[in-house]
Design a protein around this ligand. Sequence first.
Ligand SMILES: Nc1nc2c(ncn2[C@@H]2O[C@H](COP(=O)(O)OP(=O)(O)OP(=O)(O)O)[C@@H](O)[C@H]2O)c(=O)[nH]1
Ligand SMILES: [Mg+2]
Ligand SMILES: [Zn+2]
Length: 303
Amino acid sequence: MKKTTAKVVRATGSHYRLVYPDGTVGEAVLRGKMRLETSEDTNPVVVGDDVEVENGMILSVLPRRNYLLRKSARAGVRRQVLCANVDLAVVVATLFKPFCPLTFIDGFLATAEAYHIPALVVFNKLDLLEKQSDWDKLEDWVATYESVGYAVETVSALKSGTLKSLRERMQGRTSFFAGPSGAGKSTLINALAPGLRLRVGEISAKWETGRHTTTFAEMHPLPFGGYVIDAPGVKEFLPTDMSPSELAQYYPEMRKLSPQCRFNNCTHLNEPDCAVVAAVEAGQIPRTRYNTYLNLVESLRAS
Ligand SMILES: Nc1nc2c(ncn2[C@@H]2O[C@H](COP(=O)(O)OP(=O)(O)OP(=O)(O)O)[C@@H](O)[C@H]2O)c(=O)[nH]1
Ligand SMILES: [Mg+2]
Ligand SMILES: [Zn+2]
């Protein structure tokens, strides 16, 4: 077989599943030389990559239109590239079962911002909301994200009637789904593309967390056009490889105000005449967003 290009649709350790331009599917491994050239702090080939391949051997990765990476949770590995060449970065969050920290959502949104990928916040498991205080909390979170310019969907993977608008946003695009384990990423994808029958997991009754059912990232075609990448749930989504003042640029509401700070490299932590801190105190920037910024700065400093 002569040299050709293909799309990586599944990445498990050092094995990859490829789809060729004619629609055929094949398995591949990395050429030895490529493994050697690979730096140890990241993974060389990810779902969504277009690769050059010959005889089941991946020779090279074609230039990426974009990619998404986070701080790796694995010892000895600094960062983890999650996907490449996507149109929409979707964070699937829940108010409970499992609880999704706002720092998770905001770490994800800032990362998508850093890599110039449009982002969408999806609150799933709407059917579990009972008390008025739950609905108030959801309304508050939705208002927060919309007020800083993000698109938000509120859905239940178990109620297909709630998915219409999400489907429209995903139609014809390649979306990447991230979220804590158990948030319902695979269940949502099953509801959007019923033929797939992806494995879904139980929620631990004791911890109200998921059980890491999805173990590798995989790209699936959608029946209404487009693709979706289902990914393993992660506990944290922390940006990496940026300074605090850069991170602030990836909070759109801070980016807007930072020209009014006294210092042009203001980190909005404790500098005098900081327009961002003033806006937080005046209630013009959501305090929850500023708090997650502080958490993420902390994590950048620790890495
Ligand atoms: N009540 C309710 N349960 C849901 C909803 N969406 C998913 N679930 C349940 O949540 C559990 C976990 O769902 P999964 O789809 O496996 O979650 P995941 O995000 O793919 O988890 P990982 O693969 O571990 O990252 C399953 O028991 C689902 O039935 C929803 O909208 N409402
Ligand atoms: Mg899953
Ligand atoms: Zn400032």
